[in-house]
Design a protein around this ligand. Structure first.
Ligand code: CDP
Length: 203
């Protein structure tokens, strides 16, 4: 069975948590596509050529906790503006989306560009303050030395670059269900996502 769930939205809206929970609930595979851009960004920070980094990306490059830092997120959103880099990462994502047994992909352009045919599309969002507050707590819990004000500034800066870029900007797909998680608990947000995906399954 091929069934693709596309989950898009801005930084720290809760896409990761919701995607993992949806994938676990339905038994689908999950790909956090942000990790592809983060892995390329990390290689660029280490001195690599961006295009070469994208073309030679290996799935094992994604299994790295060091990809979760604000510096790597910043580098990711810079390489993500480049149309050639984005297109070098398309095949990997599209093959993943149509694997047998169902797939959940989360990112910025999954429902709009990577998988416009996805059977279920969600757009997960929340207010910038709320997202920055969650990301701040996440980074703090990992022992990173960050300030709340800096995290909010980073989130706003990245949202702007992701939404204003010419290629595959962050947009709500016309057929996406929007979930604003600002006033929802994780359980409520996950339940809303699962109910929507369930409603899109063939009966
Ligand atoms: O976890 P968070 O939402 O903060 O970020 P992420 O999903 O790991 O994505 C990091 C950066 O990669 C984003 O700010 C985007 O610039 C870029 N990205 C993208 O352009 N397209 C995607 N499908 C996924 C991420």
């Amino acid at each position: 069975m091929i069934f693709t769930v596309a989950i898009d939205g801005p930084a720290a809206a809760g896409k990761g948590t919701i995607s993992k929970a949806v994938a676990a609930y339905f038994g689908y595979a999950h790909l956090d596509t942000g990790l592809l851009y983060r892995a390329v960004g990390a290689k660029v920070l280490a001195g690599a050529d961006p295009m070469h980094a994208a073309q030679t990306l290996d799935p094992t490059d994604l299994e790295n906790d060091a990809l979760r830092t604000p510096e790597v997120a910043h580098a990711a959103s810079q390489v993500a503006v480049n149309a050639e880099i984005r297109s070098a990462l398309v095949d990997f994502q599209r093959s993943f989306a149509v694997r047998t047994g169902g797939a959940v992909l989360d990112g910025r352009d999954i429902g709009t560009v990577i998988c416009p045919e996805a059977q279920a599309k969600l757009f997960v969002t929340a207010s910038p303050e709320c997202r920055a507050d969650r990301r701040f707590k996440e980074l703090q819990a990992k022992g990173m030395d960050v300030s709340a004000a800096q995290v909010l500034a980073d989130v706003i800066d990245r949202d702007k670059r992701d939404s204003e870029r010419a290629t595959a900007p962050l947009r709500v797909a016309p057929d996406a269900q929007v979930i604003d998680t600002s006033d929802l608990t994780i359980e409520q947000a996950v339940a809303a996502a699962i109910a929507f995906v369930q409603s899109r399954l063939p009966h």
